[in-house]
Unconditional design. Structure first.
Lengths: 115, 113
């Protein structure tokens, strides 16, 4: 069974460009999470969805960031315009059920470098 | 708000040494506690979890006990292997309804042969 799939695995772009990161959660999982990992701030939750509906986007750093989940098998995280401080590894994760104690399954991450 | 504090790394051990990585938490509710592991170039994977006080989570020789009185969830392994080299994250989830995981900063472990 395929795990969480993210693309691209690596992205290098220039400041001011639009960046779109993609995620396919595990089939049947109702929850999808987007995280950002940096050396300085560690692992931060940006936003999460339940049944394709955004539930909590309080971690989204600013209006340049947006996330969508048009259907149960696809989500995007977009940064427009990108800035060098957005350089990080972005993880997508999914989980099966509510409750908070259920395992989150992480994708391999997208390493974003903004020059 | 809820938070997790884990020991700063990096930690370097020789093979077969004993491992302890300390983790303490602050939570307003009654959280579930987790240890996740991140191998180089990969995403995080659940290593073990505990959902109530005095529960012991265990997996792959690793153990951690949920200590409510000391608000701790320390990770231990009696004999580490080179293949255990990774970054370990302690995390909590408030069972009050939020699905969020709050992570510690991570502890990098290197095991030398």
């Amino acid at each position: 069974d395929a795990g969480v799939i993210q693309s691209p695995r690596h992205e290098v772009t220039e400041m001011g460009q639009e960046v779109t990161l993609r995620c396919k959660p595990i089939s049947g999982h109702d929850y999808l999470f987007w995280y950002r990992q940096t050396m300085m701030r560690g692992l931060e939750l940006l936003i999460y969805f339940n049944n394709n509906v955004p539930i909590d986007d309080s971690g989204m750093p600013e209006d340049r960031f947006s996330a969508k989940m048009p259907n149960a098998s696809f989500s995007t995280l977009k940064i427009q315009p990108s800035e060098p401080r957005d350089s990080a590894v972005y993880f997508c994760a999914s989980s099966l059920e509510a409750g908070g104690w259920n395992e989150q399954f992480f994708g391999p991450g997208t390493r974003l470098t903004v020059l | 708000g809820d938070s997790v504090t884990q020991m700063e790394g990096p930690v370097t051990l020789s093979e077969e040494a004993f491992l302890t990585i300390n983790c303490t938490y602050t939570a307003t509710g009654y959280p579930s506690l987790f240890w996740y592991v991140q191998y180089p170039g990969e995403g995080l994977q659940l290593l073990l979890k505990a959902t109530k006080a005095d529960d012991k989570g265990s997996n792959k020789g690793f153990e951690a006990t949920y200590r409510k009185e000391t608000t701790s969830f320390h990770l231990e392994k009696g004999s580490v292997q080179v293949s255990d080299s990774a970054v370990y994250f302690c995390a909590l989830s408030d069972r009050g309804g939020s699905e969020k995981l709050v992570f510690g900063k991570g502890t990098k472990l290197t095991v030398n042969p």
